[in-house]
Design a protein around this ligand. Structure first.
Ligand code: ADP
Ligand code: NA
Length: 341
């Protein structure tokens, strides 16, 4: 009985990259055509999540505007989809607290992202890591804030990259726990919508996903000019074989480049291998660079244009926050009353 509502977030922690685009943003854009008019589309820029590691305040402010600009440049239509800053809606943190109070810590310690964070400090014991390494409580509990981001709006569908699937399962578990606890069907159990790209890996270390949190040379930003794209692809990890195959197990770096080629071009992996199987790696990398430059160029023109329209971008964020706030406040009133506040 829940009306369809689609929500997904992006962190303003740097310039959005092709992993964000192929895993999530391209879906956000296509939903504007494919979702029924009655479906609400919400895309928060999740600035509270950015604070789980220390940030320069001025840089964070700039990244928020840049993220909004990139979303608009990718084709997000502010008349159809609402972009807003998460922190403008205090209800996110209030609901996160309520969820903090019912979420078992064991659920959070099983999160892969958390375990990876602990492991990067593996020369220490877990206790040492927790006390000295700067891992804060927020880094442990942010999946609970994510659950609040989603459930505050009673979102029914969440378009996300493959890296977020486990966190969405946690969101469903929290929703179910709350519903059971208060004997009411307060929250829907939101479903994920994933794209065919699933997960784009780092250009440097193909065992890690491409991420804004990693160094520049590991990712292609949507705003990278052609010379930078060419340089990053040229320097990307490859191997010494003289032909192109798709084999994620034995040739993960090449498989990642093939995936990027296929999804940017909107063709299948098999088509790429059929076309480029006999190419050497340098030739294939040149072809990939060309595809990236070509596909990103209209987005980049829009980015350039919008960077000169900061007033407009601010207005888009303000309108988005007003729309989101109406839904959030209404739902939070109901939730407060249910828990006895
Ligand atoms: P990042 O890790 O780069 O900061 P975010 O946490 O802001 O990315 O994620 C924004 C969206 O992009 C999410 O839906 C996430 O699943 C998706 N995403 C992020 N990185 C990748 C990737 N490497 N491949 C596919 N999708 C990704
Ligand atoms: Na992420």
């Amino acid at each position: 009985h829940f009306p369809e509502l689609i929500l997904s977030g992006i962190q303003p922690t740097g310039s959005p990259h092709i992993g964000n685009f192929l895993g999530a943003l391209s879906k956000w854009v296509s939903l504007q055509r494919t979702a029924h008019d009655s479906v609400t589309l919400l895309y928060p820029i999740v600035d509270l999540h950015a604070l789980t590691i220390p940030r320069d305040p001025e840089q964070l402010k700039k990244s928020k505007i840049e993220t909004a600009i990139v979303l608009l440049a990718c084709g997000i239509d502010p008349a159809r989809s609402y972009i807003f800053e998460q922190s403008r809606i205090p209800a996110h943190t209030e609901l996160a607290w309520l969820f903090n109070c019912i979420t078992p810590m064991g659920w959070l310690s099983r999160m892969t992202q958390w375990k990876l964070k602990l492991k990067t400090n593996s020369q220490f014991s877990e206790d040492e890591v927790l006390s000295f390494s700067g891992l804060c409580l927020g880094l442990f509990s942010y999946p609970v804030l994510q659950a609040a981001d989603i459930l505050l709006y009673k979102a029914t569908h969440v378009p996300i990259g493959d890296d977020q699937v486990q966190h969405l399962e946690l969101t469903r578990d929290i929703a179910q726990m709350f519903n059971k606890m208060y004997h009411q069907n307060v929250f829907p159990l939101p479903l994920s919508i994933t794209t065919s790209a699933k997960r784009i890996m780092s250009l440097y270390d193909p065992s890690k996903k491409m991420s804004k949190s990693d160094p520049e040379n590991t990712r292609i930003n949507l705003s990278d000019p052609p010379t930078i794209i060419a340089e990053k692809i040229k320097k990307s990890t490859s191997d010494s074989l003289k032909y192109i195959t798709y084999d994620p197990e034995t040739r993960p770096a090449i498989a990642n480049l093939v995936t990027i080629y296929a999804t940017m071009q909107g063709i299948t992996i098999d088509q790429v291998v059929a076309e480029h199987g006999k190419s050497d790696i340098k030739t294939f990398k040149d072809a990939l660079t060309q595809v990236l430059v070509e596909k990103l160029s209209p987005i980049q023109e829009e980015i350039q244009r919008l960077r000169l329209e900061q007033g407009y971008v601010q207005q888009v964020l303000k309108n988005g926050a007003e729309k989101a706030s109406m839904i959030a406040e209404n739902n939070l009133d109901e939730i407060r009353s249910i828990v006895g506040l």
